[in-house]
Design a protein around this ligand. Sequence first.
Ligand code: NAD
Length: 236
Amino acid sequence: MRLIRRRAYASDHLNRLATLFREARRPIVFTGAGVSTESGIPDFRSPGGVWARFDPREFTYQNFVGSLEGRRRYWQLGRATYPLIRAASPNAAHRALAELHRLGRLDCCITQNIDDLHQRAGLPAAAVIELHGNATRARCLTCELPYSRDELHAWLEDGQRRARAADLFVVLGSSLVVYPAAYLPIHAKRAGAALVIVNLEPTPLDGEADLVLRARATEVMAHVLDHVRAGLAEKG
Ligand code: NAD
């Protein structure tokens, strides 16, 4: 495992990630809240994040459907978070991922985020697998759900299938403590993918990774995109 520390990380490690992107046949990026902090949406677990003000144990699906108080608390949380989501714009990391896909260097992005920023950066909806849904759409519980269960399960299965087919699996801004989403890097690694983790803080899966970059998502992805573009220009 190679570890790169923020501010002092060596460019050869960044270059190694860029080379992995250039050479991989099926690169996949798995994003968490950390990819959107530089767009102004706080993550959950960084100091000063959302859970500093709310208790995560209250926000279970069971609490939401089971009681009026659970739903009231959820919408209180939404009042704090949704205006930030609405006001946010895609950042350099979102844009780099969309561009890598356009250049044929990204199979898909599997995201835990609900902020729609990958799509707004230009990544086609078919290339974004949203494990936890999308906060820009909601339906009343007494009305029909926006997706059928079959459709939701097909998406979840698609995420697992594609993770196993990847030869490069990059985690971008996730603490990797939310399951079952955090199984995906493990599935990808066990199926033979090179596992790279880009996150500001240590994660429980750092020991499994081939490369760990303690660096900002925007900085890393802008660097990767420059190298991939340079490689494509060389090939003509
Ligand atoms: P998390 O809050 O548990 O972890 C985010 C990680 O990102 C932290 O470990 C932090 O060190 C790192 N990070 C923060 N800024 C970074 C940056 N600029 N570059 C690189 N790393 C950075 O988030 P999670 O792992 O996604 O899990 C929490 C759950 O919260 C998920 O289900 C997610 O859907 C949800 N969530 C989503 C949003 C969103 O849609 N933007 C925001 C908050 C929470």
